[in-house]
Design a protein around this ligand. Structure first.
Ligand code: SAH
Ligand code: DHB
Ligand code: MG
Length: 186
């Protein structure tokens, strides 16, 4: 399993942010095995719901077990598949907008993921994107790592984004320093 889960302090930060928004409907892209998912689901009030999307079948299976163990199977729905294929289905089926969206799947399509997040939001919804600093790799002019290129494109896009207001906060994780972009939909 890749060590890509958020750290405990970051989990608590997401939990606090979701509670500050009184989030009742949460969407997550990139479940891995459900660590961030559980932190977010525990921010929900009774009756709240969380949908999380995971591409990898093994991760999906382990996440399903972890969510059962956390007694959150009534709250969390895991959708297995590519986020860009599942998101249009969610748009069709979901009658309510999402109050809080956490984007943490593969990095190259981050700008597309953000556009989807805005489409599935309302005024005041919060959108958070993980890994936008990457040990300051984003500051390098030249980089061939597609994960870094993806978040560099995202950070540039945020500068001119009219649909939402964003800030980026550095955060100490478990292995290296990184950061999250935190925004409110206008
Ligand atoms: N949010 C998790 C970590 C996610 S790691 C946590 O903090 O605990 C990124 C995850 O995105 C991986 O599990 C990977 O399989 C998944 N992923 C990669 N490409 C994807 C895609 N196109 N659609 C959905 N999930 C994807
Ligand atoms: C990677 C992905 C993540 O979402 C993360 O938090 C850390 C690392 C990665 O793909 O390397
Ligand atoms: Mg991440």
């Amino acid at each position: 399993m890749p060590e890509a889960n958020i750290s405990p302090n970051q989990g608590k930060s997401l939990n606090i942010l979701a509670r500050a928004c009184s989030a009742k409907n949460i969407l997550e892209l990139g479940t891995l095995v459900g660590y961030s998912t559980v932190w977010l689901a525990r921010a929900l009030p009774a009756g709240g719901k969380l949908i999380t999307i995971e591409y990898d079948e093994t991760n999906y299976k382990i996440a399903t077990e972890n969510i059962k163990e956390a007694n959150l199977e009534e709250v969390i729905t895991i959708r297995q598949g590519k986020a860009l294929e599942i998101l249009p289905e969610i748009e069709k089926n979901q009658s309510e907008t999402f109050d809080f969206i956490f984007i943490d799947a593969d990095k190259p399509p981050y700008v597309e993921y953000l556009k989807w997040a805005i489409k599935l939001s309302r005024k005041g919804s919060m959108i958070v994107l993980d890994n936008v600093i990457r040990n300051a790799e984003v500051l390098k002019e030249e980089t061939s790592d597609p994960r870094v290129v993806g978040v560099k494109n995202l950070n540039n896009y945020l500068k001119g984004c009219q649909a939402a207001d964003f800030t980026i906060l550095q955060m100490v994780g478990a292995k290296e320093y990184d950061g999250m972009a935190i925004g409110i939909v206008k």
